[in-house]
Design a protein around this ligand. Structure first.
Ligand SMILES: Cc1cc2nc3c(=O)[nH]c(=O)nc-3n(C[C@H](O)[C@H](O)[C@H](O)COP(=O)(O)OP(=O)(O)OC[C@H]3O[C@@H](n4cnc5c(N)ncnc54)[C@H](O)[C@@H]3O)c2cc1C
Length: 485
């Protein structure tokens, strides 16, 4: 009998287990752990059906990456099992790890935990050691990104997390008649709708906005002359070419390195700052106070901490910096913003205060911007969502337009209404993307914050179910008559 929340008893992927016998033993150990920790054991959320006979999920999770999978398993452990995860990508291609993440290893230290939800045998370390043997972990500096992706694939299959791939969510809407949300979805075979009482947006680091290409670039150049680092890029085509890179964060360096490794003729990197950022405030933030309690601070405090972290800027990890700077044909141009970009023949001409440069191709490493109105999932509801710019005016010197676009979330990651009473159902949607930064620090879309963000969000979801159905529970209490003897 398949029991949700309990892993499969047969080996998940016997080819994997055949190749790595230690995994079979690990899976047995986890089954034992989960059985020991299996309390309370009663299903408790009453599932419902829509009037068209379709199931109403208790929770629909949009996004099958690390955040969506871990949130799903955490819910399953809390006996919220009528759930579904959907992801627009084919299985195994969720998130950036096997597609546009072009680094060799994770950027965060290997000891960060999260998906394990406090069960040591479920951690990336136990999985890695089961796969490669004792000592393998100690010999490793950073987790290779493909190992992280493989771990997430194993995690999903072993824990039997219900995921539908190649399903893209459209504009979420509240259905008063059904007292639930309706989510139109695109499937390979056509349009469909899903119903859910609660929705978790685990749509990624750009899940509260969009990967950003400066207007000057997308407005003045043919598409064939540039790509954002988030895009599929044919690096072979850059062999022998002169490449311009905008930005000096981790992804800008990763993509510059891949272009150099594919034989690009010259790679020039441009950034506004006079010097490359070398200090990472995200490392400073990895302590209980910030990770667990940023959300408990008053508005002014939350704003100034996050504003300071963002102001410090992004930097490449040391190995990524070394990877690019080892190439003699790699040049950095600090303090050199792009003032104009135009197309001249088949080239991109970039004008800067320090000269004019012609390039065969541009790599845009400018990250993403926050703007809820750009999310297809939020097309019909973003006007109701409270944002920081609606409630907080920063003091002079702390202005930050992008931070003002962050949703002003409740302590459990749920949306709050811009105008109370206009959309009381809005609190049933949980934003577990990077857009939670101002409100709750490192919540969604980062490994660093998972340990503390998941209990906060899942606690908020279970709280809503219990408070919404209190009458039903009281009736169940009054009707409870199973004698002890
Ligand atoms: C290149 C790169 C490297 C990073 N390296 C690290 C690191 O080393 N350490 C760290 O802690 N963090 C890192 N991060 C940050 C963060 O951990 C990752 O972005 C991580 O992928 C976030 O996990 P997630 O599950 O929240 O989102 P994702 O892994 O991005 O998964 C979200 C999924 O939702 C899907 N989706 C979005 N919208 C819809 C929709 N409407 N319908 C259906 N599916 C949808 C997306 O296609 C995607 O598959 C990195 C980010 C990037 C981009």
């Amino acid at each position: 009998m398949i029991q949700i929340g309990m892993p499969s008893t047969d080996l998940v992927d016997d080819t994997l287990a055949k190749r790595y016998p230690g995994l079979a033993a690990l899976e047995k150990a986890i089954q034992r752990d989960l059985h020991i920790l299996d309390y309370p054991r009663h299903e408790w959320v009453a599932s419902r059906e829509a009037s068209d006979g379709k199931p109403i999920y208790d929770v629909l999770i949009i996004g099958g990456g690390q955040s969506g999978l871990t949130a799903a398993f955490y819910l399953m452990r809390e006996r919220v099992t009528n759930i579904m995860v959907i992801d627009e990508n084919p299985e195994g291609l969720e998130g950036p790890w096997r597609t546009f993440a072009r680094m060799h290893t994770l950027r965060t230290p290997k000891h960060l935990i999260g998906p394990d939800i406090g069960i040591p045998n479920l951690s990336i370390r136990s999985w890695y050691e089961a796969k490669y043997g004792d000592g393998a972990w100690d010999n490793m500096v950073f987790v290779p990104k493909h190992e992280w992706a493989d771990y997430l694939t194993w995690y999903r299959r072993f824990l039997r997390i219900p995921v539908q791939n190649q399903v893209r969510a459209g504009a979420i809407e509240w259905l008063p008649a059904e007292n639930c949300f309706v989510i139109p979805v695109n499937r390979p075979l056509g349009i469909d709708v899903l119903y859910a009482r609660k929705v978790v947006l685990a749509t990624g680091i750009d899940g509260s906005g969009k990967w950003d290409i400066p207007k000057d670039v997308r407005g003045n150049l043919a598409k064939g002359l540039y790509a954002h680092t988030r895009e599929d890029i044919d690096f072979e085509k850059l062999r022998g070419k002169k490449i311009g890179v905008l930005g000096a964060g981790a992804s800008a360096f990763d993509n510059a390195s891949v272009a150099l490794e594919h034989g690009a003729g010259e790679v020039h990197m441009f950034f506004r700052r006079k010097e490359l950022v070398r200090v990472n405030p995200y490392r400073w933030a990895e302590f209980v106070g910030f990770l667990k309690h940023h959300g408990d601070l008053p508005d002014a405090e939350r704003w100034r901490f996050i504003n300071q972290i963002l102001r410090a800027g992004q930097l490449p990890p040391a190995d990524t910096y070394k990877r690019a700077t080892e190439f003699p044909n790699f040049t950095m141009h600090p303090g050199t913003p792009w003032s104009k970009v135009e197309q001249v023949g088949q080239q991109a001409r970039v004008t800067t205060p320090n000269g004019v440069f012609d390039f065969d191709y541009l790599l845009i490493g400018t990250g993403f911007r926050t703007d809820l109105s750009l999310r297809r999932e939020l097309q019909k509801i973003h006007p109701y969502i409270r944002k920081w710019s609606d409630v907080y005016t920063p003091p002079v010197g702390e202005e930050n337009a992008d931070l003002g676009n962050h949703p002003y979330l409740a302590g459990d990651f749920s949306f709050l209404e811009k105008n109370p009473g206009e959309a009381p159902w809005l609190g049933g949607i949980f934003n577990f993307t990077f857009g939670c930064l101002a409100s709750l620090g490192f919540g969604g879309a980062s490994i660093s914050g998972m340990k503390y963000s998941l209990p906060r969000m899942v606690g908020g979801i279970t709280r809503q179910f219990y408070l919404e159905d209190t009458d039903r529970y009281f009736r169940a209490l009054c009707d409870y008559n199973i004698p002890d003897f």
